[in-house]
Write a protein that binds this ligand. Structure first.
Ligand SMILES: NC(=O)c1ccc[n+]([C@@H]2O[C@H](COP(=O)([O-])OP(=O)(O)OC[C@H]3O[C@@H](n4cnc5c(N)ncnc54)[C@H](OP(=O)(O)O)[C@@H]3O)[C@@H](O)[C@H]2O)c1
Length: 226
């Protein structure tokens, strides 16, 4: 069991459907939650920060802000992401860049930049963790979502490899791969238009499942766990 009481957890994408719910549930369990978003409008309070994670220094600035405010970092949840739809051979350079930067490079950079602080948390006797949300497309790359699937599969692969390295320093990485979830993400694509999906998972239930995995010390959350 991971005790969240007093744990300092950075949630990137805290203005979003899953991120805001995960942040609230972590808070309910006693964690000190540092919330980060891109727009900022929906994020208020002393522990809310604005950063565009596509910027190379974006993630590092959030880690620095959490450390400056609380002197420690015990967990990171990366719930930032964008989706795009359309034929694989018609994607624009701009959409391709944003899908890969936001869904793959940004989480990789953020966890790299948080690793030192998370290792320090382990050295201090706590049980630090980091969670990414790649999604079911990482397991089943989907036609009409090729670039999004590729970015998410890349993220899942990075977590799979890096988790073995982080584990040696006492840091647990968990990749969550839920299926389509009713946060409205599919209605806000950066390119293309979503096909009609059957009703998706309940975001409160998905968020609760992810928080339970954090508390229970689970090491992976494949699509079958949702
Ligand atoms: N919903 C699903 O069906 C589903 C299924 C599997 C996996 N996922 C993944 O779960 C994660 C959360 O999705 P969601 O459904 O909660 O989507 P959402 O409601 O659209 O939230 C996405 C979040 O990402 C943030 N974001 C986007 N681009 C960013 C950037 N460049 N820098 C910093 N923040 C950025 C958004 O901030 P702003 O609002 O400020 O732009 C928002 O907080 C995503 O990675 C998504 O791919 C979702």
């Amino acid at each position: 069991m991971t005790d969240l009481q007093g744990a300092v957890v950075l949630v990137a994408g805290a203005s979003g459907g899953l991120g805001s719910r995960i942040a609230a549930q972590l808070s309910d369990q006693g964690a000190v939650v540092v919330r980060a978003g891109r727009a900022g409008g929906e994020l208020t309070g002393p522990d809310a920060y604005v950063a565009d994670l596509r910027e190379p220094g974006g993630g590092a600035s959030l880690v620095a802000a959490a450390l400056q405010a609380h002197g420690r970092l015990d967990g990171v949840v990366v719930a930032a992401g964008v989706v795009g739809f359309g034929p694989a051979d018609a994607v624009s350079d701009e959409a391709l860049d944003e899908l890969v930067q936001t869904n793959l490079l940004a989480p990789v950079r953020l966890l790299r930049d948080a690793s030192e602080a998370l290792a320090a948390s382990a050295a201090a006797g706590r049980e630090p963790f980091a969670v990414t949300i790649s999604g079911v497309v990482a397991e089943s790359p989907t036609a009409g979502m090729a670039a999004y699937s590729a970015a998410k599969a890349g993220l899942a692969a990075w977590v799979s490899a890096a988790s073995r390295e982080f584990r040696r320093r006492g840091v647990r990485l968990v990749d969550a791969r839920p299926g389509h979830t009713e946060t409205g993400l599919a209605t806000r694509p950066i390119t293309g238009e979503a096909p009609s999906f059957p009703t998706g998972l309940d975001p409160d239930v998905v968020a609760a499942r992810i928080v339970r995995a954090i508390v229970d010390g689970e090491k992976d959350l494949p699509s079958t766990s949702f």
